[in-house]
Design a protein around this ligand. Structure first.
Ligand code: B12
Ligand code: SF4
Length: 478
């Protein structure tokens, strides 16, 4: 019997993001299957890892982002090592790619895959099968006799070589999501200094052909029997010609779908009315826009390449065409002052006034991510860089501890702004929050909402006892 490759999706907590398809693993599984390997996807957000069948396994792959997902992944890896110590443990994803050597130092890591995983996973599978050396495989860091060996980086692949996602590998009942996640391009030419893209994708944008995207949409729609696609590309709209072909194709093929994507405000402002009408006609419902800050000075510091007025006019343009602008904001950047934060709050208010459809998915507290230029700034300002996988997994998740250069009082202020933004403008997005929202629906959340609306209206951010209680409650589940 063919040896099995198990790809594991760990969770952040038992629930966060659990509706999302394991899209980091789907293209790797599809590619390995295409090459004749026997692949399984195990979603540890839905099943206890103690249910893993570890018989006849060629290797186990784990995917992780920076943060508490690492903690869960380490727990899973420890369990596997304890049961079947000979199974090679291969780690991939954004965090191991950005810190490959530090990742490889962990005893529960045998091989780190840097960057895109499809071809590397395939070459690893062949090498494990033949029990041959790994030293010719590009894009890995691995251990040999306790020595850490690095191979040269792997060039970016042609995305058209990736087959459609192998949905049949998934337990359909786990993903009751309203939306189908789809990746059609990778990378972004932007140079925002807080974003992983410069280090990970080297500002290199590449894509699947429009025809392939349309074929995949058809397959996904038929399989999931749903019609809302969340395109998760960093920047779907880089090649306007391709987007036009996709939009026209959706209409010509009568796919009858709705979709959302992430875009930059300056792109939206450049679009002609005809182009945006075509997008709307093809089913575009929401555009995710990185507004980040209402302060020109901060936007320049983070090299966003847009001004506050660009965000506002993009919001107005979306409104005029009946497309919902979902804008994300941040606070707590190095060097930011209360005045800057007030400008962000004013920008949100201006967007709300200009657009009935406007939504924001929160005012996130700046978190320094490894590999980004702003990570260096944060370290220079006193942020203590985690030194091991355990440290990254243990404490690294949406907490004010990552902006130690501000006074405790100011951090509390930022925390209040962020939590209020969260409560006011976002919808519950995971099962536990839904449960919380369900139980407290008519009492706490409603009271909190009124309280927070009043606070926001009068810009009263002091004595936030009720917000701290809410944050503590939520933190228990992260
Ligand atoms: C969809 C998405 C989400 C979804 C689902 C995420 C998930 N699957 O867990 C939701 C909304 C839940 C989410 C939440 C968050 N996200 Co998010 N998200 C994304 C987004 C837009 C797409 C992710 C994706 O699926 N990409 C497609 C896959 C194919 O790419 P990939 O993961 O890189 O995988 C490739 C390689 O890395 C490698 N690989 C990956 N895993 C493995 C495993 C093995 C064994 C091998 C061999 C190879 C391999 O091969 C893959 C194919 O080539 C990315 C941006 C981006 N472009 O990646 C941000 C991104 C991943 N998110 C990010 C962040 C910060 C978050 C949050 C912390 C936000 C917050 N403040 O709450 C949370 C944390 C969630 C978590 N799981 O820890 C950052 C991560 C930065 C970092 N250093 O890790 C990103 C990069 C955004 C950004 N520009 O900064 N996110
Ligand atoms: S535009 Fe978005 S994806 Fe591109 S570099 Fe900036 S933050 Fe990253």
């Amino acid at each position: 019997m063919k040896k099995r490759i198990i790809l594991i999706q760990p969770g952040v907590s038992q629930s966060f993001g659990c509706k999302y398809l394991p899209i980091s693993l789907m293209p790797i599984a599809g590619y390995l299957q295409k090459k004749g390997f026997n692949v399984e996807i195990f979603d540890a957000r839905h099943e206890s890892y103690e249910k893993l069948n570890l018989n006849n396994v060629l290797f186990v792959g784990l995917t992780v982002l920076t943060g508490s997902q690492i903690k869960h992944a380490l727990e899973i890896a420890e369990y596997i090592r304890g049961k079947e110590p000979k199974i090679p443990l291969v780690w991939g994803g954004i965090h191991p790619s950005l810190l490959p050597e530090q990742t490889a130092q962990n005893a529960l890591v045998d091989v780190v895959v840097k960057g895109e995983g499809e071809i590397t996973a395939y070459e690893l599978a062949k090498a494990f099968l033949k029990q041959s050396s790994l030293n010719k495989i590009k894009g890995i860091v691995y251990k040999k006799n306790n020595e850490i060996i690095k191979t040269p980086d792997r060039p970016f692949m042609n995305l058209n070589d990736i087959p459609p996602y192998p949905y049949k590998l998934l337990n359909k009942s786990y993903y009751e999501a309203e939306t189908i996640g789809l990746q059609t391009s990778r990378g972004c030419p932007g140079h925002c200094t807080y974003c992983f893209n410069m280090a990970y994708n080297k500002r290199f944008w590449r894509c699947k052909k429009a025809e392939a995207v349309l074929d995949e949409m058809k397959i996904a729609k038929t399989f999931w029997e749903k019609n809302f696609f969340a395109i998760c590309d960093d920047n779907f709209f880089v090649d306007q010609n391709r987007v036009q072909k996709v939009a026209e194709g959706i209409i010509e093929r009568k796919l009858n779908i709705n979709w959302s994507g992430m875009c930059r405000a300056d792109y939206i402002n450049r679009w002609s009315d005809d182009f945006i009408k075509l997008l709307k006609k093809s089913g575009l419902k929401n555009l995710g826009i990185g507004g980040e800050s209402g302060s020109k000075r901060i936007l320049e510091y983070i090299q966003k390449g847009v001004k506050p007025e660009d965000t506002l006019s993009a919001v107005k343009k979306c409104e005029a065409h009946g497309i919902r602008p979902i804008v994300s904001f941040m606070c707590g950047f190095p060097g930011e002052t209360k005045e800057d934060v007030k400008k962000t709050i004013s920008l949100i208010d201006a967007c709300m006034k200009s657009s009935r459809l406007f939504e924001t998915n929160g005012i996130f507290l700046f978190t320094p991510y490894p590999g980004t230029p702003m990570f260096e700034d944060a370290v220079n300002l006193g942020f203590k860089e985690p030194k091991s996988m355990e440290e990254w997994g243990d404490k690294y998740f949406g907490d004010q501890a990552y902006i130690p250069w501000y006074s405790k009082k100011y951090r509390k202020y930022l925390q209040s702004v962020s939590t209020m933004g969260w409560l006011l403008f976002t919808k519950p997005n995971c099962q536990l929050e839904w449960k919380l929202a369900y139980f407290l629906k008519f009492i706490l959340r409603a009271l909190l909402f009124i309280d927070v609306r009043l606070r926001w209206k009068f810009k009263f951010f002091v004595f936030p006892i009720e917000l701290r209680a809410y944050e503590n409650y939520m933190r228990r589940y992260r």
